[in-house]
Design a protein around this ligand. Structure first.
Ligand code: PXG
Length: 445
């Protein structure tokens, strides 16, 4: 360990930071502070090594401490720390867009830059409405999301999202005209499926029901995650995404895939749509785009969408949307360096190589007390625990904390433990991750 670790902040020094998606009082009474990271590991402020079983938050796909990225960012900051992209441009923004277009599923070669997954989602929703209006279908303003969906925390994202705690107090402030497909998690039919569940494709047919209710002519887009992460890993049943695509095509409705967690190699190809062989009209990304190093998101649109918007006088701004930091030079540099690493190390397909042994490893937890389901795909795994009576989430939280104390970082959502390690993980580290989780589950009542 060469970096000098900063001492723990004292209790009162923790107060000012209002932490996101955190039980602030519980955390500040017993903080978990990370101070350094390298490869597959974090080190805590008091010097303990922790295996990263979640790639930070599903973003550090190439592992930690990648000097190629920090060097590219430092070089860019020295050369030009900022340049506007409103009515101006800078070369690596165009270079990055071209690189992304070359990785993208067929036709998704028009790229809009944002700073996060939430911004990518709101951008995609706005593009969908603007596109329909540009082609004379301005009445298409409705969106169809899905129960248990997570699309970030903007008002657009929570409106199409389907996680009750993110929505319940904002009821009257959300987008009007949003409906939701049923989620596809069904332990009765699918518990302990290996890979995609075989039951549940028919749930996509609910889209026809919603279309019959609202009329296709009012609907702009359907938005789903190919695999839901935040809701505790929900997989698409075999054939489900293809069916959604067919129904959208039939009714001229755009299909948006939110690939914020599935993008950049998480399930064995650059994007989930390539794994499932279903091409959306718009695709949202963030996280792995820069290996989590600098905030950045990218929205990929079919060329027909971009072309439809390129109307009116040449001096007219076609889309009144954008962020000061859209295509920030430091983020572009980070993304280009990240894409080089992914290419040079074959990381975008490494999950495909590892997925069979990963599946065996996570399913080895079957039979442990309280384990009621295990789900996996690519380098994603989830273990669902039976909730304690009257205390949903308590068992999951205990398992998460004990794993951390024993040197393994997993992610907890309610009573689901999710794992999505950096794509550089080695078999021995997979074993260590799963064995530690097994030991903790055994020791947790
Ligand atoms: N869409 C999807 C599918 C996501 O998973 C977002 C949008 C929002 O991205 P930003 O960058 O605005 O946070 C996400 C974020 C978890 C977890 O543990 C997942 C996310 C964020 C934090 C935790 O499952 N996904």
């Amino acid at each position: 360990m060469n970096a000098e670790l900063k001492p723990d902040p004292s209790r009162e020094n923790l107060d000012a930071f209002w932490m996101p998606f955190t039980a602030n009082r519980q955390f500040k009474a017993n903080p978990r502070l990370l101070a350094r990271a390298e490869g597959m590991y974090y080190w805590t402020a008091d010097g303990r090594q922790v295996l990263d079983g979640v790639a930070g938050l599903w973003c550090v796909n190439a592992g930690h401490g990648r000097r190629e990225i920090s060097a590219a960012v430092a070089g860019q900051l020295d050369t030009m720390e900022f340049a506007p992209t409103f009515q101006m441009g800078h070369p690596i923004a165009f270079e990055l867009a071209n690189r992304l277009a070359s990785l993208a599923p067929p036709g998704l070669d028009r790229i809009f830059f944002t700073n996060s997954g939430s911004e990518s989602v709101d951008t995609a929703l706005k593009i969908a409405i603007a596109y329909h209006r540009a082609r004379g279908a301005g009445q298409r303003t409705r969106f169809i999301g899905r129960e248990k969906g997570y699309h970030g925390v903007g008002f657009g994202g929570i409106s199409v999202g389907g996680m009750v705690n993110n929505r319940k107090i904002y009821g009257s402030s959300m987008l009007p005209g949003v409906d939701h497909l049923p989620h596809t998690l069904d332990l009765g039919h699918n518990a302990f499926s290996r890979g995609l569940p075989h039951w549940g494709m028919h749930l996509a047919n609910d889209l026809e029901r919603l279309i019959a209710l609202h009329d296709a002519s009012t609907i702009a887009a359907v938005i789903v995650e190919p695999i839901s992460g935040s809701a505790g890993v929900v997989l698409p049943p075999v054939g489900y995404l293809k069916r959604l695509r067919e129904i959208c095509d039939k009714h001229d409705i755009l299909l948006i895939f939110d690939e914020v967690i599935t993008g950049f190699g998480r399930i064995g190809k650059a994007f989930a749509s390539q794994v499932f062989d279903v091409t959306p009209d718009i695709m949202t990304t963030a996280k792995g785009l820069t290996n989590g190093s600098i905030p950045m998101g990218a929205v990929f649109s079919q060329r027909k969408i971009y072309d439809a918007m390129m109307q009116g006088p040449e001096n007219a701004i076609e889309l009144f949307h954008g962020y000061t930091y859209s295509a920030h030079p430091a983020a572009c540099a980070a993304a280009l360096a990240t894409l080089d690493i992914y290419r040079n190390e074959g990381l975008l397909t490494r999950a495909a190589t590892l997925s069979a042994s990963w599946e065996d490893a996570v399913h080895s937890l079957r039979g442990l007390a309280h384990v009621i389901d295990i789900r996996n795909f690519g380098l994603i795994g989830a273990v669902e625990l039976e909730p304690r009576a009257g205390k949903p989430g308590a068992r999951g939280y205990d398992v998460f904390v004990k794993c951390f104390e024993r040197g393994v970082m997993v992610r907890q959502t309610g009573d689901v433990i999710a794992m999505s390690p950096p794509l550089i993980i080695e078999p021995a580290q997979i074993a260590h991750l799963v064995e530690t989780l097994a030991a903790v589950i055994r020791d947790t009542g």
